[in-house]
Design a protein around this ligand. Structure first.
Ligand code: NAI
Ligand code: MG
Length: 334
């Protein structure tokens, strides 16, 4: 029987880069059946809501989804759809790998870093958001639980073991955020003790930023809280050619949603110039999640070859090809 996956084309550049990824999955012989669903601005226009129940049902049905970026309208009291999705399906682990490809014109050559970001708590818990009526002050609550810190740390160390990696860096700000970041650090340390074969180090988030830019080779797996992970993973994308090269998996016990790290890029939407690699690499993560390693490797090799040839690549990578030309070049290299 054919495996079904749920596809959310999303907003802005989403539909074009998701279409590119689907074309490549098909060309690689994956034989998926796709259940398309709306979310974000496109859903708001069609159904009057950002995240329709039918979309949630389709994600729950197939357990895996490939998702384009979603635009959350600013103002109007909308909470982020991404945050809502992650909380709804309890997608507690956000796995964001960055790997260098030759030909991307980036500053470094041998980057291979995975940021494991806690995806449901911390500053993005959504709790206690208030604003004084006269705008004189605003508050938001950061929440760290022992359970949340433990399961994300376990996730990071288990990944290290599974992928034969050497080191986990626990990233925190426990010197200032003593209660929240302090608890996270303590729990992560406890988990680290269960994995003596993996080297552990601890680093304050500011120092991480400096070190990532100067000595990225010192990092292997990073595990951290929600806000720090969000920021650090964009920094990491900058080490390997930008947001167009950065995928992310949102993983829970039941459901997993694969997407780009970036947003809907309204500044370049509708021009057929976005780099589709972010979503194609997310599709590779999806294949690995489904234990379809052969197809995953096939597609990765085709991306690698296309980038190395350097002829048909998009503008963000200093090329001049369109999204569709780049996609077709990857397919030709499959
Ligand atoms: P963005 O990530 O959409 O864009 C930042 C910059 O990177 C822009 O200059 C854009 O053109 C460029 N860029 C992003 N992806 C690219 C690609 N594949 N190829 C070439 N260039 C690319 O961030 P921005 O503009 O702050 O956010 C736009 C919207 O996206 C907002 O509504 C935001 O809420 C939403 N968003 C959604 C996310 C998601 O669905 N996971 C994540 C982040 C933002
Ligand atoms: Mg982000």
């Amino acid at each position: 029987t054919q495996r079904s996956i749920t596809v959310l084309p999303g907003d802005g550049i989403g539909p074009s880069i998701v279409a590119a990824a689907i074309k490549i999955l098909d060309a690689a012989g994956c034989q998926f059946q796709y259940d398309y669903a709306d979310a974000g601005l496109s859903a708001l226009e069609k159904y009057g809501e950002l995240l329709p129940q039918t979309t949630l049902d389709l994600i729950a049905k197939n357990k895996v989804a490939l998702k384009g970026p979603l635009t959350t309208p600013i103002g109007g009291g909308f909470t982020s759809i991404n945050v809502t999705l992650r909380k709804h399906f309890n997608l507690y682990a956000n796995l964001r790998p960055v790997v260098s490809f030759a030909g991307t014109q980036s500053r470094f050559e041998n980057i291979d870093i995975i940021t494991i970001r806690e995806n449901t708590e911390g500053m993005y818990s959504g709790a206690g958001q208030t604003r004084a009526l006269d705008n004189s002050s605003a508050e938001a609550m950061s929440i760290i639980t022992h359970e949340g810190a433990e399961r994300i740390s376990e996730f990071a160390y288990q990944l290290a073991v599974k992928e034969g990696r050497k080191k986990v860096t626990i990233v925190h700000k426990a010197n200032i955020l003593k209660s929240t970041s302090g608890l996270f650090l303590e729990v992560a340390r406890e988990v680290a003790l269960r994995y003596p074969q993996i080297e552990t180090n601890e680093m304050i988030v500011d120092a991480v930023c400096m070190n990532l830019v100067m000595y990225p080779e010192r990092f292997d797996i990073i595990v951290t809280t929600n806000l720090f992970g969000d920021i650090i993973s964009d920094l990491c994308a900058g080490l390997i050619g930008g947001l167009g090269m950065a995928p992310g998996a949102n993983i829970g016990k039941e459901v997993a949603i694969f997407e780009a790290v970036h947003g809907s890029a309204p500044d370049i939407a509708g021009q057929n110039i976005a780099n589709p690699c972010s979503v194609i690499l997310a599709a590779i993560q999806l294949l690995e999640h489904l234990n379809m390693q052969d197809q995953a490797e096939l597609i990765r090799a085709a991306i690698k070859k296309t980038l190395a040839q350097g002829k048909t690549i998009t503008q963000d990578l200093s090329g001049s090809a369109s999204t569709t030309e780049f996609t077709d070049a990857i397919i030709a290299n499959l």
